[in-house]
Design a protein around this ligand. Structure first.
Ligand code: XMP
Length: 543
């Protein structure tokens, strides 16, 4: 159970769950999601062990199981409790399949319950559950521990449960125990069923990744040959099969996802692909030139660069509300893109760099509609209107896997390491009204900040760093003159997925150096401040 703590923010506008790989993948693992906040980490660990896996919500697990024909199954944790009425169950077909199953936390409990054991709810006073670090003792050998844990060992694990197993199902035995969970790990070696009360997928279980690797390699017997080289080959064949002799257009943002998608598609279908890069005038310093150089000169990929600065600036004149800015930019972007597609004589396919986290349908136990924090823009709606089909060659990959694929495709390191940049660009980093003058000031400050970060060797430790130009002027003194100029805020955060983030703890001397350079070299800024806000409660961007 991972119920304590805030519910995850739903990604506004995330596409509904659709099938990822369409053919059977017997070398894979099916992860059944019961709504735990860390289900994606199970997938990360399995893939790090070189095994392809997919996450399916429990409601769609049977369909995924039949389609994938996987080599093993993992049941995730959940904020729900097995004894609660209406709490989720695993489809019976999984237990009838004869495949190895690993149940984690709720997964262990639901497996116990469905196979004839007992799970009891935590009761205030007598048993409040076990949350955080715990130590377990290994009491018997089992395949899950092979080459890793021995009888008598004590190991740190991470627990998060209120309910617990009080009687295991026939065929099982206890193989490890902890103070709070006598059934910390249970195993039915004959059926190759394992259950852990703790979470092996989180970093606070130091041997957790190795335990999961043991499950997929030793218990399920899967080879671990899921590599980016193999993925590249499979995807190129898939894209050729899907696209045939059709025409594809791909919107480039200058970011790593759309770049990798475009280069992969180009490898598959060559000049049947045309890339479109919309310069909305809200880009960072030299961004457009970098994209042109990479795609046109280096890869020789047909590229249309649309100079749309005028119309974006005209439409944004006088707009100060963040959502109004985002809505306008999103709609205008789609309009520009559509016009270019028509000019190109239309296309049969639209390529998008959709990633796996956007595809996974998370199981929501919070009820009620999700709240839109910010509307993220993409070219939604366009494919249907223009009768185009989607090509999404990255939809099975996590962000760092996309980077690995980019390296495999020979993309320059400077592009692969790039921090994410939002679709609305600098517009959401100029609170208040946007003008060309403000954008120019911001671009200069941002470039200095990023250059200093790079020179200090900090770029790769930071998820995203950027400058924000505040609509506030303050008084300063430079030489013998009084100044009255803008405040520039610096933001840098660490994150793994952009959903939560922490401010980056720069040394004061570093921030001092950046502030001095910006104030000295950028006319229009006379004060620099640093943003010490995490997400939540803040967001990464300022608007
Ligand atoms: P927030 O500001 O919501 O941002 O904490 C989370 C991550 O998303 C990026 N972001 C966007 N990306 N279109 C995008 O493609 C958008 O409209 C957009 N808004 C925010 C942001 O830069 C951060 O990485």
């Amino acid at each position: 159970m991972l119920a304590r703590g805030p519910a995850p923010l739903d990604l506004a506008g995330a596409p509904p769950y659709r099938r990822a790989m369409t053919r059977p993948t017997p070398d894979s693992i099916l992860i059944v999601d019961f709504g735990s906040q860390v289900t994606q980490l199970i997938a990360r660990r399995v893939r790090e062990a070189g095994v392809y896996c997919e996450i399916a919500p429990f409601t769609l697990a049977e369909e995924a199981f039949r389609r994938m024909a996987p080599g093993g199954i993992i049941l995730s944790g959940s904020p729900a409790g097995v004894p609660e009425e209406g709490s989720p169950r695993a489809p019976q077909v999984l237990f009838d399949s004869g495949l190895p199953i690993l149940g984690i936390c709720y997964g262990q409990q639901v497996m116990t319950h469905q196979l004839g054991g007992t799970v009891e709810a935590g009761r205030d006073g007598e048993w409040d559950g076990e949350f955080g670090r715990a130590f377990l003792t290994v009491t018997r050998d089992c395949a899950l521990f092979d080459g890793l844990w021995q009888v008598g060992d004590r190991h740190q694990v991470w627990m998060s449960h209120g309910d617990k197993v009080t009687r295991f199902a026939p065929g099982f035995e206890i193989v490890a125990t902890s103070d709070g969970a006598p059934f910390a790990v249970i195993a039915d070696e004959a059926r190759r069923y394992y259950g852990t009360q703790f979470h092996p997928e989180v970093v606070h279980t130091p041997d957790g990744a190795k335990l999961l690797a043991n499950f997929v390699h030793r218990v399920c017997g899967l080879a671990g040959d899921w590599t980016m080289a193999a993925y590249r080959e499979t995807k190129v064949a898939d894209i050729r099969a899907q696209v045939g002799s059709g025409r594809v257009i791909c919107g480039l943002s200058g970011g790593v996802d759309s770049s990798v998608a475009a280069i992969l598609i180009h490898e598959a279908v060559g000049d049947q692909l045309t890339c479109v890069f919309v310069d909305h005038g809200l880009l960072r310093m030299n961004e457009r030139e970098q994209v042109e150089r990479l795609f046109r000169d280096h890869y020789n990929i047909p590229l249309v660069v649309v100079d749309a600065e005028e119309r974006f600036m005209a439409g944004l004149a006088g707009v100060t509300d963040p959502e109004a800015k985002r809505k306008f930019i999103g709609a205008e972007f789609v309009a520009v893109f559509e016009e270019e597609a028509v000019k190109l004589g239309g296309a049969d396919f639209l390529a998008q760099g959709t990633l796996y986290p956007d595809v996974i349908e998370s199981v929501s136990f919070t009820g009620g509609p999700s709240v839109t924090i910010k509307s993220h823009h993409n070219v939604g709606g366009l494919p249907e209107r223009m009768n185009m089909k989607l090509v999404e060659p990255l939809r099975e990959l996590f962000k760092d896997e996309v980077r690995a694929l980019g390296r495999e495709l020979g993309l320059p390191e400077s592009m692969i390491r790039r921090h994410p940049f939002p679709g609305p660009g600098l517009a959401i980093r100029v609170p208040g009204e946007i003008t060309r003058e403000k954008l120019d000031i911001l671009r200069k400050a941002d470039a200095i900040y990023l250059e200093e970060i790079d020179q200090a060797g900090l770029y790769d430790q930071i998820w995203q760093a950027f400058a924000v130009l505040l609509p506030v002027k303050t008084v300063g003194v430079m030489g013998d003159y009084r100044t009255y100029d803008h405040v520039c805020a610096l933001r840098a955060v660490t994150s793994t997925d952009g959903m939560t983030a922490d401010f980056y703890p720069f040394e004061p001397a570093f921030l001092g150096r950046v502030a001095t350079r910006i104030i000295n070299q950028v006319r229009g800024i006379n004060r620099v401040v640093y943003d010490y806000t995490s997400k939540p409660p803040g967001t990464i961007e300022w608007e």
